[in-house]
Structures are given as structure tokens and as C-alpha cells.
Ligand binder design. Structure first.
Ligand code: PMP
Length: 367
């Protein structure tokens, strides 16, 4: 198949077509360089400009304050499940509080518990991970003087997203896994001690993870960590201590340019994302006897729309017929089943409109 499908993959996910075209044009030989992005030194002039502009674009898009460093790491968001407690919890004599709203938060908590005292402060597990806590629940769940509080801004598997950055007391360090809603809307980066995100949903291809760290968190990193697991190594070397994922950072640059120049920033992106998600949630709300949305209304994800059909057989038929109609990767995560439509930044409105029309027609034919 050479034609592009409507790609609902949860990640690596859809990228803007203009970005892919640019990468294709540049693949054999970058203008002025005479080699491709896959073949040049990370210390050469071309990549020096690429990484600087990628960071500048992230700073502009997210209004990242001067108090925060932008680091590019490898090992995915999963590596951050370990690096965060190594850098922020180890040797503090304190505990970390985890607010678990889905599968990824649970993993982050499990990994942190290998490094120090990781408390399960709040979990939505017994309710089936259908929502994020209200502000008062979240505040009540935090124990005195934690090293940090960890949240997952959007749970990719369950499709549960905080409607806004949660409020925590000023003296509490907030850490977030923002992998699957990174760059989808404006956020208050200043409110986070650490915000990390694997690139492969909204920001680029797999291979690079963006870690935004506040200076006061860096100042307390314990001595003696392995260099590659110490945030200071990345901060002190501009993420060039060793060879970074050059190609992934280059695509990240193109995506951030697209967001700034073609979309017009994160307010505009958020507006588009709201409009796209509304198309699908409107169908769920209109046909409640057939489709059952997973997340509570208050915590519905704009990125991963998760729902069930009356039977597993119908879900399989839905996924297969959608694929035959060119709409692919709609199966829910293997751990939960159901249907999941991931509608990241690069998913065009007409892709979502096609799925909404398909959902109505499918329900019409079976109910
Ligand atoms: N956190 C979240 C919210 C995710 O969606 C994912 C990947 N789907 C991960 C962590 C793990 O990311 P990685 O595969 O980059 O380690």
C-alpha cells in the first residue's frame, strides 16, 4: 500500500504531511550540507543550529521560563520513570507521592518504588481509571513534605486527561509525564519541577524524549549518579554529552516549526484539538445505547478517545471494517481492549469527520 491511511495509532503516531515531505526532500542531501540528516556529525554547524532552534521553538511554543532547562534524552518516557526518582528522590530521606490515573502512572510509581519511598497517594484503579482527581481530592491525598508529586497529564491507554494543570501548593514540586498530550495545548510549564514527554505522539518520531527541568530541582541531584542518568550531564553539555538522536531531533524541529508557522501556536492547536475530539464525543453522547465512552466527561482526553461497543465481537467488526475503509489502528491497548482513536495534533479534522460518520453508520446498521 502506498496511499496514506487515516492513522489513529497511539504512538508512534501520525506526523504532519508537510514535515514528512520536507524530510523526504532533505533526505539525500541537506541544502548547503551535501549529506543527509542521517549522516552528519552532531557537533557540526548544521546540527548545532538544529538543536538550538528546536529548543528555541519549544521555549516559544510553551512559554518555558528562564528557570527551566530543556534536555533531550533517550530511553523514552520509561527511562524517566527511573531518572526522575534517581535525581529527585534518592538520598532525600523523603517520599514521593504518585497520583495514578491509568496504566502509565502505575508503571511510573512501580519504578520509583525501586529508588525510594513512593506512595500511592491517589489511584483511580478501583473505579477503572475513568477520571483524574478533583483538586480537593488531590490536595488531600498529598502527605506532608513530599520530594515531589507525580502525575500523568494524559493516560494514553485509558484516555483520561486532566482538564487543566492540577493545582498543588507552591512548595510542592510537581512532576508530570506529559508524553501523550505534549504540545497539544498551552500549559503552565513554570508550575512543574519536571515535565517529560516521549516525542512519538505529538512532537516527532520515537528516539528522543523532551525533559524540562527547573533549576532548583537540578540543584539537588545527588552526587555519583551514572553520567547518562544524571540530569546535570544533559544540562551542562546542551544534551550533547554523547551522540544524541540526531534524526529524531531534526524531525522534532520540523514539527515545532509546523506548529509555530502553519498552525500558529498552541492556543490555535488546542482549538483544533477540541473541535476534533468533539466530533467523536458527540457521537458517543448521541448514541449511548451503542457506544460507551470510557472516561468520565470531566476527564475526557482530547488525544485518545476510548470507548466500548455492546460486545467484543462488535468491537472486532468495527475495527476491521474501519480498517477496510482506510481508518487504521483503532484497537484499544492490548491490556484493556475496546476501541481507541488517537487523534494527535497532526490528525486532520477530515480524518476525524470520516471516523465520526463511520461510527454513526456502523451503529445504524447494527442496532
Ligand atoms: N507514558 C505515557 C503517557 C505513554 O503514552 C507512553 C507510551 N505510550 C509511555 C509513558 C512510555 O513511553 P516510551 O515508550 O517512550 O518509553
Amino acid at each position: 500500500m502506498t496511499e496514506r491511511t487515516v492513522n489513529f495509532s497511539a504512538g508512534p503516531g501520525i506526523l504532519p504531511l508537510s514535515v514528512l515531505r520536507q524530510a523526504q526532500t532533505d533526505l539525500i542531501s541537506l541544502p548547503g550540507v551535501g549529506a543527509s540528516a542521517l549522516e552528519v556529525s552532531h557537533r557540526g554547524a548544521w546540527f548545532t543550529d538544529v538543536i538550538a532552534e528546536a529548543e528555541a521553538n519549544l521555549r516559544a511554543l510553551l512559554a518555558i521560563p528562564a528557570t527551566h532547562r530543556v534536555l533531550f534524552t533517550q530511553g523514552g518516557a520509561t527511562m524517566q520513570f527511573t531518572m526522575v526518582p534517581m535525581n529527585l528522590l534518592r538520598a532525600t530521606g523523603r517520599h514521593a507521592d504518585f497520583i495514578v490515573t491509568g496504566s502509565w502512572g502505575a508503571k511510573a510509581w512501580t519504578e520509583a518504588a525501586k529508588e525510594g519511598t513512593a506512595r500511592l497517594a491517589w489511584t483511580g484503579k478501583d473505579e477503572g481509571y475513568v477520571r483524574a482527581p478533583e483538586t480537593d481530592e488531590l490536595l488531600a491525598s498529598i502527605n506532608a513534605n513530599p520530594a515531589y508529586v507525580h502525575i500523568t497529564t494524559n493516560e494514553t491507554i485509558q484516555g483520561v486527561e486532566y482538564p487543566e494543570t492540577p493545582i498543588v501548593p507552591d512548595d510542592v514540586a510537581l512532576v508530570a509525564d506529559g508524553s501523550s498530550d505534549f504540545l497539544s495545548r498551552p500549559i503552565d510549564v513554570g508550575g512543574y519541577a519536571v515535565l517529560y514527554a516521549g516525542a512519538q505522539k505529538n512532537a516527532g518520531p520515537a528516539g528522543v524524549t523532551i525533559v524540562i527541568v527547573r533549576d532548583d530541582a537540578l540543584a539537588h541531584v545527588p552526587e555519583g549518579l551514572p553520567a547518562m542518568l544524571d540530569y546535570r550531564t544533559y544540562a551542562e553539555h546542551g544534551s550533547l554529552y554523547n551522540t544524541p538522536p540526531v534524526f529524531s531531533i531534526y524531525i522534532l524541529l520540523l514539527v515545532t516549526r509546523w506548529l509555530r508557522e502553519d498552525i500558529g501556536g498552541l492556543e490555535a492547536m488546542h482549538e483544533r484539538n477540541r473541535a476534533k475530539a468533539a466530533q467523536l464525543y458527540d457521537v458517543l453522547d448521541a448514541l449511548p445505547a451503542f457506544y460507551r465512552g470510557h472516561a468520565d466527561r470531566s476527564s475526557r482526553s482530547l488525544m485518545n478517545v476510548t470507548f466500548r461497543l455492546p460486545t467484543v465481537e462488535l468491537e472486532h467488526a468495527f475495527i476491521a471494517e474501519a480498517a477496510a475503509a482506510g481508518m487504521v489502528d483503532l484497537a484499544g491497548h492490548r491490556s484493556v481492549g475496546g476501541v481507541r482513536a488517537s487523534i494527535y495534533n497532526a490528525m486532520p479534522l477530515d480524518g476525524v469527520e470520516r471516523l465520526a460518520a463511520f461510527m454513526r453508520a456502523f451503529a445504524d446498521g447494527r442496532s
